[in-house]
Design a protein around this ligand. Structure first.
Ligand SMILES: [Zn+2]
Length: 406
């Protein structure tokens, strides 16, 4: 009997090898064998048409509750700096015509269509909205669970020390189901490193969750924040459970400081999440990896009051990161792709990611010669599979997937 998530995908290529046939059983890659065109009865056959098979993309840093994706164009409304963006968003977010659920769901559909199989989103925990956004995204995490693995970070966008009541709200967000606790620039924005770290590490330890903190501050302030994060991670025994998002300071410091930070990041297994583009210093991708430190990619803001850019496509993010890093060779473009896929899966602690036998059948097919070609070209995702179910074709959700989301 044919099962929905058991099939044979014939005539697809992996890497630069000749075409193969991939057998999927109950949503898992059961075999990868020499290509066949046999059509045994009782088995669902899908023709890959000589496409390139790539493992699901992982978007390691999003803000799906902020997005205006699918909404009318909003000219960039804020000033040139972080503080202005925070204030502008607070002023405008009550005026958006569509509720958080609707805007975020439009973006989630989009990312499924471009081959993202898992993501981590920061969700604003703020005043006066309290946990409203958190409740909306927790609901979507459940509604989309067969299509996307979603991790939620409780994010104190307006700070902790400077925002009375925030520590309790953050703790409540984690108690209600957020997977990690977030933070933001403990010195440069919150102006109280001790209170900031005491709060988030306290919540992490009490609830057994990881930490993913925004560190935008560059220069000595950023380095001080990151070194304190490293120290706190060691003291709390949270190695492997902490992410520093952006960590622009790692991209803008002198050699000696870089080497010290890279060694400590590798030792404490603190990962760096990068959005690659923009005008800020980019942590040096290859140098970090060569020193054993982990770096992965995410789209960050997509079409919201913070930025007019973004379409949710992690192949595009890989291309931007590669371009920004000065990558040209296939080997380097494959590193950029890894940031948007395998490295992200590892950092997020996802099991069974990849194109090996035993991995989840989370993958997609594109028309490209090699993975490097796919990064450069960002072709349409012809077919996207999640746990062995065809969920999207040519960027659009299948009818069955849409039915499953209702
Ligand atoms: Zn962010």
């Amino acid at each position: 009997m044919a099962h929905e998530n058991s099939f044979q995908l014939q005539n697809v290529r992996i890497g630069s090898d000749p075409p193969v046939t991939v057998s999927v059983r109950d949503g898992v890659i059961a075999a990868i064998s020499e290509n066949t065109t046999d059509q045994p009865s009782g088995l669902t056959i899908i023709d890959g048409a000589d496409g390139l098979l790539l493992p699901a993309l992982v978007d390691g840093h999003m803000h799906v509750d902020k997005t205006l994706f699918g909404q009318p164009w909003l000219p960039y409304p804020a000033g040139p700096d972080r503080d202005s963006r925070i204030e502008t968003e607070k002023k405008l977010r009550g005026e958006f015509a569509a509720p958080v659920e609707e805007r975020a769901a439009a973006l989630l559909r989009q990312v499924i269509g471009v081959g993202t199989g898992a993501l981590r989103t920061h969700v604003d925990v703020d005043l006066p909205i309290g946990l409203d956004h958190m409740h909306a995204i927790l609901g979507l995490r459940d509604r989309f669970k067969d299509f996307l693995d979603i991790q939620i970070v409780a994010f104190p966008q307006s700070g902790i020390a400077r925002c009375p009541g925030m520590a309790d709200l953050l703790e409540a967000a984690v108690a209600e189901g957020a997977d990690l606790v977030g933070g933001i620039d403990p010195i440069g924005f919150d102006e109280n490193l001790t209170v900031h770290y005491d709060t988030i590490f306290g919540i992490a330890e009490r609830h057994g969750v990881g930490i993913d903190i925004h560190l935008h501050d560059a220069g000595p302030t950023g380095v001080e924040e990151l070194e304190a994060l490293i120290e706190r991670t060691r003291a709390a025994g949270l190695e492997g459970q902490v992410t520093a998002s952006h960590a622009f300071c790692v991209g803008g410091c002198d050699e000696r400081t870089f080497e010290r930070l890279a060694a400590a990041l590798a030792e404490t297994e603190i990962c760096i999440a990068t959005h690659g583009g923009g005008a800020s210093p980019l942590p040096p991708v290859k140098k970090l990896r060569e020193r054993g430190a982990s770096i992965f990619a995410g789209n960050d803001n997509i079409r919201d009051t913070w930025t007019p850019y973004g379409n949710g496509d992690m192949l595009e993010r890989a291309m931007l990161t590669a371009w920004r890093s000065g990558f040209r060779t296939d080997t380097d473009l494959e590193i950029a792709l890894d940031l948007a896929s395998g490295a992200g899966a590892k950092a997020l602690g996802l099991d069974g990611h990849g194109l090996d036998v035993g991995c989840a059948a989370d993958f997609f097919v594109v028309d490209a010669d090699t993975p490097a070609h796919a990064v450069a070209d960002r072709p349409v995702r012809r077919m996207v599979f999640k746990r062995g179910r065809l969920v999207a074709r040519d960027g659009t959700l299948t009818e069955a997937a849409e039915a499953g989301l209702r």
